[in-house]
Design a protein around this ligand. Structure first.
Ligand code: FNR
Length: 363
């Protein structure tokens, strides 16, 4: 279908399910075992309801935000996802160009299909990138990558902490892997007797022995702010402050790691109950199941600095750079509409009073 007939993120998913190769669709859409967490991420966001205010002048609105010090036209960014080239020959470079034109931030995966310098070069001058990090068991390789990222002007390191081992993604296992490799980590996927799971096969280099004390090392080697991606409890958010993180990303890897892990919106509410002071100590990001502007506004109202969007951007790549731009416009439009209908004109005015969380508070 023509790009302009697509009017929502689910529309992109629908087209992707029909046009991606079976392997790309299996790898992108899969989640761990019974999809309990994957499903709950989205359904629990939907159980947070708005408490809109009326009769305010909502003629002009601003969605601008600073994310880890970087200017962004919207309070969302692209969550890191491996192997974007499976969706489009330009892969992460198309994402970079789309982000540049839309003024949004791309978090590049350690398992990207293009090399880091090529992705950064594809974008505009002054555009902001984050790098997601899987720490390699060979620490020298990780040190080299971190130094390269700093040299290329990457603005922050998102260390993934929810996947010392990959979750069991059965849809991905059932379709044969295609022997593709990441140009950053060098990880290759080729079938073995467990199946063709790309996520599993490409995770073999990841250091399972990573501990809190290693965060300091990552900060020192890169000289960049470090965000922990995959925090799933208030207790660990408090630890993150102690260990000098600049932010935490509440994430369960889009339900791809531990199936049965609590949906991220519940973690956000746990922070309010357990350690409300944390919102002044760290930037809080969140991802998993956000596919509407209204979904994004709920998390921002509940104190998140920004929301990560994962699969929808991979699906938008079916149309390359233009798809990335169109999806961004759709999400931004939906966000602006939700803001106006809630009676706010600046995203900074979003606050917890704008949502009713009774539908999830007892969970
Ligand atoms: C991911 N995710 C991910 N996370 C990460 O830290 N490093 C990675 O390389 C990848 N790769 C990856 C590949 C694919 C195909 C998917 C779908 C996801 C997880 C990602 O960053 C994010 O947490 C989730 O995708 C967010 O959920 P939604 O928005 O996809 O529901």
């Amino acid at each position: 279908p023509h790009l302009h007939t697509l009017i929502s993120a689910p529309d992109f998913q629908d087209v992707a399910s029909r046009t991606l190769t079976p392997k790309a669709w299996a790898f992108y859409s899969s989640a761990a075992t019974d999809l309990v967490t994957h499903t709950a991420n989205k359904s629990l966001i939907r159980r947070v309801m708005f408490r809109p205010r009326i009769l305010r002048d909502v003629k002009t609105v601003s969605t601008k935000r600073k994310i880890l010090g970087c200017s962004s036209s919207v309070p969302f960014f692209i969550s890191p996802a491996a192997m974007a080239r499976l969706a489009h020959p330009d892969g992460e470079c198309a994402l970079a160009r789309g982000c540049g034109n839309e003024g949004i931030v791309q978090c590049i995966s350690s398992n990207a299909s293009y090399p880091l310098p090529a992705i950064v070069k594809a974008g505009m001058k002054g555009q902001s990138y984050f790098l997601q990090l899987y720490v390699n068991s060979d620490r020298a390789k990780t040190a080299e990558l971190l130094q390269k990222a700093a040299m290329l002007g990457v603005k922050g390191i998102f260390v993934t902490v929810d996947a010392p081992v990959p979750g069991k993604r059965e849809a991905d296992e059932r379709v044969a892997a295609e022997n593709v490799a990441s140009a950053i980590s060098g990880a290759v996927a080729s079938n073995d007797k467990k199946g063709g799971g790309m996520g599993r096969l490409m995770a073999q280099y990841v250091d399972k022995s990573l501990i809190w004390e290693d965060i300091e090392w990552i900060k020192t080697v890169s000289g960049l702010p470090v965000v922990l991606k995959g925090v799933q409890s208030a207790a660990d958010a408090i630890m993150a402050v102690k260990y000098g993180a600049a932010g935490v990303m509440l994430s369960n890897h889009g339900g791809r790691s531990l199936d049965g892990a609590q949906p991220t919106i519940l973690v956000l509410l746990e922070l309010h109950r357990t350690c409300p002071e944390i919102f002044d100590q760290l930037e809080i990001y969140i991802d998993g199941g956000f596919e509407r502007g209204s979904d994004i506004l709920k998390a921002i109202a509940l104190g998140a600095t920004a929301v990560g969007v994962g699969r929808p951007y991979l699906y938008s790549l079916t149309y390359g750079q233009e798809g990335v731009e169109h999806l961004t416009q759709i999400l931004k439009d939906e966000l602006e509409t939700s803001m106006r209908l809630c009676g706010i004109t600046d995203i900074d005015e979003a606050h917890p009073g704008l949502v009713n969380t009774q539908g999830v508070d007892h969970l």
